[in-house]
Ligand binder design. Structure first.
Ligand code: NAD
Length: 373
């Protein structure tokens, strides 16, 4: 790590706690970052990645943990933001010992940080973490876990699309509306199913032709090439593939009135939010729209019920609407309004908690109960 580690940490946010974890016996090098626990325990997945430098890993965990604070707050959940990174190649370095050692470190935080799977880690890895600590979600269904979050994420995206359509087009009935879906993976494929049920006219694209064929055969959707999807004339673009889909090159291509999809980090830079506003395109901020998966995990902390998780994802509609209200109130782009919505909640509820410190968080209590069983 560089000699100015604290300076670097300060640059990426006002984090509460950062834990550097090392166990030479199993080759573990990890960093856990707790950004903010004003609303509840810091929840965020564990990413395993072959970072080129330790500094790169630190920057990643600082950024990602801060993002989780905003996502949970804007979702209306009693959760804070945290994240962990394990430095190493997920293809060659994974062992039971490594994840159990990591579980020890998670356990040492006593529930202030709750982990889950993320890029490079799997349900199987989380099972090993779970052997050492109860502070883990995304465990298999047999253990009371919630399983694959994508159907819930996709249902939340549908709610985000409806809220945006209501805002921009005056109706949230999607029948006959043209919706372009980029990416037919876990989220995109479920979204297409929901859109089909709504009677939308769906246009899709994926670089994986097998996925395109399956979707076409199942729902009779219109198919365009990956190069053409963003320029499709439609009411709604729903990016469900990779990030930075709105950038200096693509922004001139859009022929839609709304962008609302499941992909993370859709704006290449913050300024692209303002650029979309100038073009008259309503942007539904990604982390507000795609919070259904996180809502699903939250229900796991309370004691899992698929119906309750599904019901909870309906809240995305109100959350997106609230962001639009703030954008109008303060005359700011919607991406900035999303951050403001999250910050306002953290300040209001954080103050409330200071005044009433006796109230404990439900997620905390329930996981403790799990531990005692
Ligand atoms: P996935 O890997 O299952 O699916 C992504 C799909 O996009 C793949 O089918 C891939 O072939 C396709 N793709 C990649 N590049 C493309 C391109 N240029 N044009 C068209 N298609 C392309 O991933 P996922 O789990 O469905 O997640 C999709 C996005 O949603 C990601 O940005 C992810 O971070 C985000 N997200 C997912 C969840 C979840 O619950 N899975 C939750 C929140 C956010």
């Amino acid at each position: 790590m560089s000699s100015n580690t604290f300076e670097l940490i300060g640059k990426y946010g006002d984090h509460e706690e950062i834990l550097f974890c090392q166990d030479k016996n199993v080759g573990l090098k990890a960093i856990i970052a707790i950004h903010n626990t004003a609303l509840g325990p810091a929840l965020g997945g564990t990413r395993m990645w072959n970072y080129k430098t330790e500094e790169e890993a630190l920057i990643d965990v600082l950024r990602l943990s801060k993002g989780m604070t905003y996502k949970a707050a804007a979702a209306g959940l009693n959760l804070g933001g945290g994240k962990a990174v394990i430095i190493g190649d997920p293809k060659t370095m994974k062992t039971e010992g490594l994840f159990r050692a990591f579980g020890h470190f998670v356990n040492s935080l006593n529930g202030k940080y709750i982990t889950a799977e993320d890029v490079g880690t799997s349900v199987n890895d989380m099972e090993h973490v779970y052997m050492e600590t109860p502070w883990v979600t995304g465990i298999p269904k047999d253990f009371g876990g919630s399983g694959d979050p994508s159907p819930y994420t996709a249902h939340g995206v549908l709610m985000g699309i409806k809220a945006s359509a209501h805002e921009k087009l005056g109706t949230d009935a999607l029948k006959g509306m043209r919706v372009a879906v980029q990416g037919l993976g876990n989220v995109g494929s479920h979204l297409v199913k929901y859109l089909h049920e709504e009677g939308a006219k769906i246009i899709v694209s994926d670089i994986d032709q097998a996925r395109v064929k399956k979707c076409h055969d199942q729902f009779g959707v219109e198919v365009v090439s990956p190069e053409a999807i963003l320029g499709v004339e439609c009411e709604i673009q729903a990016p469900c593939a990779m990030g930075a889909v709105v950038n200096d090159q693509t922004i001139i291509q859009f022929r839609c009135q709304i962008i609302a999809g499941g992909a993370n980090n859709q704006l290449a830079e913050t300024r692209h939010g303002e650029a979309l506003r100038e073009l008259g395109i309503l942007y539904a901020p990604d982390y507000v729209v795609n919070a259904g998966g996180l809502m699903n995990v939250f229900v796991e902390l309370e004691g899992y019920s698929p119906d309750r998780a599904f019901e909870k994802t309906r809240k995305v509609y109100d959350n997106v609407k609230k962001v639009f209200e703030i954008a109008k109130r303060d005359n700011i782009p919607t991406n900035i309004a999303a951050d403001r919505s999250a910050e306002e909640r953290i300040i209001t509820i954080g103050r409330l908690k200071q005044r009433h410190p006796g109230k404990s968080n439900r997620a905390f209590t329930t996981l403790k109960e799990v531990n005692n069983r």
